[in-house]
Design a protein around this ligand. Structure first.
Ligand code: CMC
Length: 428
């Protein structure tokens, strides 16, 4: 018999099994809690709640470890391509050459989006935030592929939906940008790899030859790998929650994109850059902004700092900081915002407030500076995160379906009024 947790309630002792993951992390399995005791647990923000068992991503927030399917993020970010990592996350193993060729060719084949979808883009205001456009467009894909509405199809048909999504997201993302500047859409060029094709659709013009520095596509490849999965974060939990109602993959991913948009989650990369810009325009007095971040009466937070699970350092931030230095050096860019970011990081890391709360730079602290160096407009930063996170969302949706997880349905502690009688409006 394994380890047991005991709970004493109203003089009675209840026993619950302790379960252990493959990396020795432990959980008390309370699946029978309500039926045995009548009680539920209350855990705002799910800070202590394991919502599922998963074999995709492991992270240790105390030690700063992140692994996809057992491979360290450091190894993958320095050696793999994003498409290989996507395959690894979704199918569980690194692909053989033949598997990679088939996967790449299937994704390449599906990069075009239906011509009718171009009209949707044209109907959006030019100032529309690209995350709003992207979430709507991804959900709209379900109307063009109605067979995907049934998530219980055979695995081959589910695979086609998966490949379509991976192929079309960069096209939809780049077109949302082209539309915002009212430039003609560039059709995908299938001789280019994933990152180069995206950059081509973003920045090429029909009137000019297109050339790209490989430093740019290499940096994009690294950033996409760093963002590819992060276990049960807000957007991934959203994808799993929506998918648990047997909702199709397009609609589930669209919900994930909406969750990612928030500034406390993926939207932080845009917020970081806007913050750095503001500090720069305000004269660059970093201490003043640190004081604001510490002031409980001020809503300002140091964007790109702090993380729900990483409490010592975010391993992705370490890799990204180095990549940031490399990219700026190779592209010969001297960005004043980098100097502010470095100063802000130094001051915050030495400050008691940030030390006491274990607040460290997260992955988004430096990603915006790299995106800016690559020419990506600020409003597109979170879209870049979404392109990176897509394989993770897909892998988690697929795993949830294959494991037959039940529909997500948390409970609550009711704190509202009880038993009020309706009163006519003229008597209230
Ligand atoms: N600046 C100033 N104070 C902060 C910050 C910050 N960035 N983050 C947390 N705190 C304080 C917070 O006020 C609280 O203080 P106290 O205990 O005195 O009330 C304490 O630290 C704990 O904060 P929390 O909000 O309870 O922590 P959380 O785990 O719920 O939130 C977080 C995590 C990431 C939402 C939060 O740290 C934050 O808002 N950071 C800024 C936004 C950001 O960079 N988000 C990107 C996360 S990484 C990308 C991704 O994967 O989504």
């Amino acid at each position: 018999m394994g380890e047991i947790a005991k709970l004493e309630l109203d003089g009675k002792v209840y026993e619950f099994p302790v379960i252990e993951g493959t990396e020795n992390e432990k959980a008390i399995d309370i699946s029978s809690l309500r039926s045995a005791t009548g009680y539920i647990t209350l855990d705002l923000g799910y800070k202590n709640t394991g919502a599922t068992k998963s074999a995709i991503t492991y992270l240790d927030g105390e030690l700063g470890i992140l692994k996809y399917r057992g491979y360290s993020i450091e190894d993958l970010a320095s050696k793999a391509t994003f498409i290989e990592v996507a395959y690894l996350l979704i199918y569980g193993n690194l692909p053989s050459q033949e598997e990679l060729d088939n996967f790449t060719s299937s994704i390449t084949k599906h990069t075009l989006v239906h011509e009718d979808m171009k009209q949707f883009f044209e109907a959006y205001p030019s100032k529309a935030h690209p995350m709003g456009v992207l979430a709507s467009m991804v959900c709209s894909l379900s109307t063009f592929y109605p067979e995907a509405l049934d998530p219980n199809r055979d695995s081959e048909s589910v695979d086609i939906t998966i490949h379509r999504l991976l192929a079309k997201l960069p096209t939809l993302a780049a077109w949302s940008y082209k539309n915002s500047i009212r430039h003609p859409f560039m059709y995908p060029k299938n001789e280019f790899d994933y990152c180069k094709n995206f950059m081509y659709m973003m920045f090429a013009m029909p009137t000019e030859d297109y050339k790209i520095d490989p430093v740019v596509t290499e940096a994009m490849n690294t950033l996409l790998i760093l963002h590819a999965d992060h276990e049960q974060n807000c957007s991934t939990s959203t994808v799993r929650m929506v998918g648990s109602a047997q909702t199709n993959l397009y609609a589930s991913i669209s919900a994930g994109i909406s969750a990612l948009w928030g500034p406390l989650h993926g939207g932080a990369n845009q917020a970081v850059l806007e913050m750095l810009q503001k500090i720069h325009e305000d004269g660059g007095d970093v201490d003043k902004w640190i004081l604001k971040a510490k002031d409980k009466n001020d809503s300002f937070r140091l964007m790109g700092f702090g993380h729900r699970v990483y409490k010592n350092f975010d391993p992705r931030a370490t890799i990204i900081k180095k990549a940031c230095d490399d990219v700026l050096q190779k592209l010969n860019i001297n960005d004043p915002l980098l100097a502010i970011a470095l100063k802000l990081e130094k001051v915050a890391l030495e400050d008691e407030y940030f030390k006491a709360r274990s607040l460290y730079p997260n992955v988004d602290f430096y990603s915006g500076i790299i995106y800016r160096a690559l020419g990506i407009p600020t409003e597109m930063f979170t879209v870049m995160f979404a392109i990176g996170r897509l394989p993770g969302w897909i892998a988690q949706w697929k795993e949830m379906r294959e494991n037959g997880d039940p529909i997500g349905r948390p409970r609550q502690i009711f704190t509202g009024e009880t038993d009020r009688k309706y009163v006519e409006i003229n008597k209230r």
